[in-house]
Design a protein around this ligand. Structure first.
Ligand code: GAR
Length: 228
């Protein structure tokens, strides 16, 4: 027997738009999480890529998820691209926007319009190895250069800064002797990113994440409060 709140959630699943630029393994982790029940009360309603060659688009297609590509190259300037991108997001009427390896800087008005409703997965333990210029393989190159013994991944809400928003969830991963950036990237994805991104989405879809004074609190199951 569903409680009244559970029934209401069932009627309105969290509508997720996923923004991608590349391989889409994090998108796949979210698709699988929904299929396998690790993520409940949520559905992906649209995948948006800035890169027409992104394999993530193929993954969306294989799963029957509507997708489209908005490439900056097809627009006269950044302002035009931003407007087209924002329109593509708004059309999907998302409750939550997931940046899953999305390498485009978001328009400021989008961040304001979707305050605490945009999340990003970053392949390090923020505040290490993050900010401008830290993306993809570069993050792991820097971690190896510095000789850290632990790295990992972070899911956070997006604010006006680069990787500065409230942290939802982090997971540490060990650096091993002989790691190359590629090997470390793969381990961080397998052990951290593909675990914590679906986990964070499930918490949000079930009303367990609140933001107070710039910090996230994760409510215990049974104390949910869905604000999205
Ligand atoms: C992931 O490692 C993700 O954490 C990273 O890009 C990769 C995308 O892989 N994102 C960033 O570096 C953002 N600053 P995917 O397309 O296979 O999910």
């Amino acid at each position: 027997m569903l409680t009244e709140e559970q029934a209401a959630r069932e009627r309105h699943k969290l509508r997720i738009a996923v923004c991608v630029s590349g391989g889409g393994t994090n998108l796949q982790a979210v698709i699988d999480g929904i299929l396998q029940g690790a993520i409940t009360n949520a559905e992906i309603v649209r995948v948006i890529s800035n890169n027409p060659k992104a394999y993530a688009l193929e993954r969306a297609k294989c799963s029957g998820i509507p997708s489209l590509c908005i490439s900056p190259k097809s627009y006269a300037d950044r302002g035009e691209f931003n407007r087209a991108f924002l329109k593509a997001v708004e059309e999907a009427q998302p409750d939550l926007i997931v940046l899953a390896g999305f390498l485009v800087v978001l328009p400021q008005e989008m961040i304001a319009a979707y305050r605490n409703r945009i999340i990003n997965i970053h392949p390090s333990l923020i505040p290490s190895f993050c900010g401008k210029g830290y993306y993809g393989l570069k993050v792991h190159e820097k971690a190896l250069e510095r000789g850290v013994k632990l790295t990992g991944a972070t899911v956070h809400f997006v604010d006006e800064g680069t990787d500065t928003g409230p942290i939802i969830l982090q997971k540490a991963v060990e650096v091993e002797e002989g790691d190359t950036p590629e090997i470390l990237q793969k381990r961080v994805m397998e052990q951290a990113e593909w675990v914590i991104l679906p986990q964070a989405i499930d918490w949000i879809a079930n009303g367990r994440v609140t933001v107070e004074n710039g910090k996230c609190r994760v409510l215990k199951a049974g104390k949910e409060r869905r604000e999205l």
